[in-house]
Unconditional design. Sequence first.
Length: 218
Amino acid sequence: MAKHTKGANNRNASAPLGPPPAARALLAFIMDAADEAVLMGDMEEEFRHISRHSPRHAQSWYWRQTMRSAPHLIIKRVRALKMRPLGVALAALLGSFLLIYYWDIWVARSAARTFAAITDASSYFFSRAVYLFVQMIGVAIGGGLIAIFTFQAEAPFLKNIAYRLAPAGLIVFAPTYMAMINPADNYPLSFRLLWLSLAIPSLIGGARGGIWLQSRHS
């Protein structure tokens, strides 16, 4: 009986692993049916080929391919949706607002606290510098989302900024305006003004990056 169990365990241990379930589910979610049959079939065939030599390398390869394909697939999927432009613009605006808001809470502030704990800094200056740097990354990502889903390809970049990015920025930065009027934390007004002076070019830079990314996958 023990011998039979040992043999079964050996067979299970030598059985080839399949693609990472989370990565496969992500691909299935963001791609349409036409791409799913071709792309996932090719990726799984290559995965099986790599896994014969190194299952661990095959798993990491599948994740890298998923992350590389995701931006193109998301843009293609959104373009294929039969949604009115206003609906797409509102969805992009809401998504950017939530991304910047929660990036501030979960990523930027966590990075500043971690930096302060590791360095045992007695001054808030460097911790706030880390917070600003990380937060501007989130603002840039938000600007990229707005540009990808609202900018008109035939319009000049400056016109898109004036008519689409600037109004969106007024809404996205609303929590900062409210905090300047009615502060609820220890950040002084000068820090809020510094935040805005960095956030505006970050939003524009993110929009430029979003247009560049869209052009690469168009």
